[in-house]
Design a protein around this ligand. Structure first.
Ligand SMILES: *Cc1c(COP(=O)(O)O)cnc(C)c1O
Length: 472
């Protein structure tokens, strides 16, 4: 027992009053390790309700199959950084131009995150402050466009993202948006058609990147179109940034003026990232003077768009970018694609209609309406959920159904791959899903009947499968 503790123990026994006086003058100051240890126990002691719900979410994740293409599973190291005291630090501005004192430690963290992000993506500039992928997009749009400027982007039902100009969202409200479409037969991006549309529409910004597109995106082709019409190019790689970091998908960083991504989809903490390649210091006119693009992006991040950065998320991003540089992370990205291809082939063999016939990345969409009369994305999602298989309904290009019904189901393999599943498990998963979708009885566009025995049996099979691949 350390001397101090020995003395204080003796004191506590012999002279309670004196002990308390000494304690109040010299309270034991826990170090960082003791402070952060047992965070969940501490939460359990003060808030049983939230604590129980967090435990329930852990159990749900462990005991059901996570096949949502937009989800991933961060490491415990990333979680630790997120739940650290760094969350308490308030400041504004960037490293070297902060508006509050006491930033020497968080400056170190943000610098690490930036340096590592640049290394991961081979970028000239990285901005790690955006609170989300959507926020990163809004910052870029606000930085380079004036109200009413023109954007050309992929429509949401074609695989695009709501933040790319959907009428219901920010960009749709402040800018003039025209959207491009995939080829109605092949469902592939048609660069010739996009070029024609750009020549006619003359956008100031072209957005590429998608939330539901399973093929390689030709970023160089987009840049040629942007240069021809004098537009900026933004590549939103939220879904495929992990694959790009590992070299499984070509990188847009030197083609696009701006590359944006969410940081949770490749497996990190929630948040956004803006990267810039060879055009990082190209001049842009802002407020009557010429500034480099990277500076325009920083000024638009703060004070233009956000307030204080989430420094704990930035610390977690730093941890994650280091993970992304590892051989294990890179190898896993190849395995994610391989698993997606095995899963797609297994469905294809059974007779499902897979959009574009397969996949080059981590996800693909199935037209469930083509599999069985009356089956919709909504029914597929809900009946599978009852069986412990978590997927999401997805509107397909030229989908006759509304967003709450849809003809499609989107499947992704990042999480099952992270937990160690491979070819055998992909084939088993296709079988489990097919078994349910073959037997469910549609009763309307969202309602259905599902046999209780089938539900319970599938649920148990899913639990057995998941138990063999614990969350890592
Ligand atoms: C998920 C996604 C986003 C949004 O990221 P959030 O961090 O959830 O706001 C943006 N763009 C694309 C293409 C996405 O898939």
């Amino acid at each position: 027992m350390p001397v101090n503790e020995h003395i204080s123990k003796g004191l506590r026994r012999n002279d309670r009053q004196l002990y308390e006086v000494i304690e109040s003058i010299f309270p034991t100051v826990p170090n960082s390790a003791t402070y952060h240890r047992g965070l969940l126990e501490a939460l359990g002691q003060v808030d049983g309700e939230v604590s129980r719900l967090i435990a329930a979410e852990h159990d749900r994740l462990q005991n059901t199959l996570q096949l949502i293409a937009a989800e991933n599973q961060c490491s415990r190291a990333v979680l630790a950084a997120l739940g650290s005291v760094v969350q308490n630090k308030t400041t504004e501005g960037f490293v070297g131009s902060r508006f509050h004192g006491g930033c020497e430690v968080v400056d170190g963290l943000e610098t690490l995150a930036v340096t590592r992000a640049k290394e991961v993506f081979g970028a000239q500039h990285a901005n790690v402050q955006p609170h989300s992928g959507t926020g990163a997009n809004q910052i870029v749009l606000t930085a380079i466009l004036e109200t009413g400027d023109r954007i050309l982007s992929l429509a949401m039902d074609q695989g695009g993202h709501v933040s790319h100009g959907a009428a219901v969202a920010f960009a749709g409200k402040f800018f003039e948006v025209e959207q491009y479409h995939v080829d109605p037969k092949s469902f592939l991006l048609d660069y010739g058609a996009i070029r024609q549309q750009a020549l006619r529409f003359r956008p100031r910004l072209i957005i590429c990147g998608a939330s539901a597109y399973s093929r390689i995106i030709d970023f160089a082709a987009y840049r040629r179109i942007a240069d021809e019409v004098g537009a900026y190019l933004m590549a939103d790689i939220s879904h495929i940034s992990g694959l790009i970091a590992a070299g499984v998908h070509p990188s847009p960083v030197d083609h696009a003026h701006f590359t944006t991504t969410s940081t949770y989809k490749p497996g990190g903490p929630r948040g956004g990232l803006i990267l810039m390649g060879r055009d990082f210091d190209a001049p842009i006119q802002a407020g009557g003077r010429s500034v480099p693009l990277w500076e325009r992006i920083e000024k638009t991040t703060f004070p233009g768009f956000q307030g204080t950065p989430y420094l704990n998320n930035i610390a977690a991003k730093a941890v994650f970018f280091r993970e992304m540089l590892s051989a294990e992370y890179k190898a896993r990205q190849f395995k994610i694609v391989e698993n997606a291809q095995v899963l797609a082939r297994a469905f294809d063999r059974i007779g499902y209609d897979i959009l574009t016939g397969g996949t080059d990345n981590h996800m693909f969409c199935i037209n469930v309406g083509h599999f069985r009369e009356g089956l919709t994305g909504a029914i597929a999602q809900h009946c599978l959920e009852e069986c412990g298989i978590i997927v999401n309904m997805n509107r397909l290009p030229y989908d006759p159904h509304s967003p709450r019904v849809t003809s499609g189901m989107r499947l992704g393999t990042p999480i099952v791959t992270k937990n160690g599943m491979g070819q055998t498990q992909m084939e088993a998963i296709a079988g489990l899903i097919d078994n349910v979708l073959t037997q469910v009885e549609p009763a309307g566009s969202r309602e259905y009947r599902l046999d209780d025995r089938l539900r319970l049996e599938t649920k148990h099979q899913v639990e057995d499968l998941c138990a063999r691949f614990p969350m890592v």
